[in-house]
Design a protein around this ligand. Structure first.
Ligand code: FMN
Length: 135
């Protein structure tokens, strides 16, 4: 079964901007290597993340992430099964966005989600845009 988990969290104020960009680089390459798709956005002291992939893998990753001292105050927003579509994982990859810079990346991510994950697209789009203060 495929699964989707999404949360927001607060960045540990002790970590630097370079720690954050190091983390973003690690997450993007590691998730692409292990077939976790979704997005990690850093904006104004908060993280927003969506993890999608094999149920056991995504749940295990979330348990690991929750214990990470680089953030706290983790608020779960989506924790659900994803129904497979005929388009599943069309052009999927893991996206990272930092400092609200990349509007195009975000729009590209949302376009892919609409195709890959139509069942949850409305909530994904709503949560993402609210987090980025676009909605
Ligand atoms: C906000 C946040 C999001 C993270 N997201 C991921 C992720 O999606 N994939 C991942 O492999 N590690 C992620 N990490 C890092 C993990 O918490 C952990 O440090 C990493 O998986 C290495 O674990 P290990 O030292 O036990 O091997 C994230 C950390 C933070 C603070």
């Amino acid at each position: 079964m495929r699964y989707i988990i999404s949360y927001v969290s607060t960045v540990n104020p002790d970590i630097s901007n370079s720690d954050i960009s190091e983390l973003m680089d690690y997450v993007s390459s590691h998730n692409n290597a292990i077939n976790i798709t979704g997005i990690l956005i850093y904006s104004e002291g908060n993280f927003f993340q969506i993890l999608e992939g094999k149920e056991e893998l995504v749940k295990m990753m979330f348990e690991r992430i929750k214990k990470d001292s680089r953030h706290y105050n983790i608020i779960k927003m989506l924790y659900k099964e994803i129904k497979k579509t005929s388009f599943t994982e069309y052009h999927s990859s893991f996206t990272v966005i930092s400092n609200g810079s990349s509007q195009e990346e975000l729009q590209l991510f949302l376009q892919k989600e609409k195709i890959n994950n139509p069942e949850h697209y409305k909530s994904i789009s709503y949560l993402t845009q609210k987090f980025m203060k676009l909605g």
